[in-house]
Design a protein around this ligand. Sequence first.
Ligand code: NDP
Length: 334
Amino acid sequence: MTAQPPPVLLLSKPQVESLLPMDECIETVATALSTLSRGESVQPLRSATWLPDRRGLLGTMPGMSGGDSPTLGIKIVTVFPGNHPSGNGEATALPSHQGVVLVFDARRGNLTAILDAESITALRTAAASAVATRALAREDATTLALLGSGVQANTHLEAIRLVRPIRRVQVWSRTAEHARAFAQQATEKWDLPVEAVPDPRTAVEEADIVCTVTGASEPVLRGAWLAPGTHVNAVGACTPNARELDTEAVRKARLYVDRRESCHSESGDFLIPKAEGALSEDHIVGEVGELLLGDVPGRGSPDEITLFESLGLAVEDLAAADRVVRKALDSGLG
Ligand code: NDP
């Protein structure tokens, strides 16, 4: 008789969310980034299949996150920015990022789990920014600026307040009504003063920590607005031709990345100033994983501006998925 492969665990968005609280996700992503920088993971570049009219794409992100619990798998995600309510009546109720994470047994290759990717992406991306913020922002950082008011703005607020004593938040969004709605909901949810502001400059000038979480392809953050000592998490621009930061913002900051190779291939925030001749290769101080391992220096003084350029990595998805799967098996969920 042939042995049957073990059953495949199926985990929905609410199940992922209930099994992956943000504080645990932050520690999981911190470990994943250090493991990657120690050279124990496998992280190919992702690929994107664009629709001919570039309305959306199908991204495939394979990898193996190493360490104590090696996890082999792939995230398959569609990115359709037009799904987000844009204020022009064309939006759908669907999120802009949707997909699945497929997890395979790293010893035998059988499929072990299928997880909702929308929730994992929302959580692990903010967790990566929190890891960078914990390592790089000033200890006394209390004011947060969010540029963007979508899914990532929401999880970033949740994550950043876990690593710094945030007492005030200012949010700017392209559609003013979205910033207002976000501010109202977030104030109630987090019992924090969250204020919508009419322009990004106002939010950035008064901030200790800035998160850019927009779908912009032209700069929404200008270096001239950044006060000494600010830490920036640049999250929204993940293709070589799109950027959220102007050249000055990147040039004047100590730059850390999630993965050097991804930055060289995917980061418009880095590649566009580099093509202009404003930066050289050695402007990248290091990977956040290298920083956590003590292999590269961190913030050198309270006045320095630090910048984390987040491209998003499969090893973050897979480490998060592995944690969710192990907890689901323990609790009989899925
Ligand atoms: P949402 O669709 O939920 O929200 C999109 C946000 O971007 C909205 O606040 C919207 O503003 C704003 N926006 C869209 N286009 C523009 C523009 N041209 N100029 C200024 N603002 C704009 O997306 P998410 O929150 O899920 O993702 C935000 C960004 O982060 C996306 O670009 C996404 O691809 C990227 N991302 C990066 C990841 C990483 O690992 N680095 C992982 C996941 C996402 P408004 O509503 O006010 O119009």
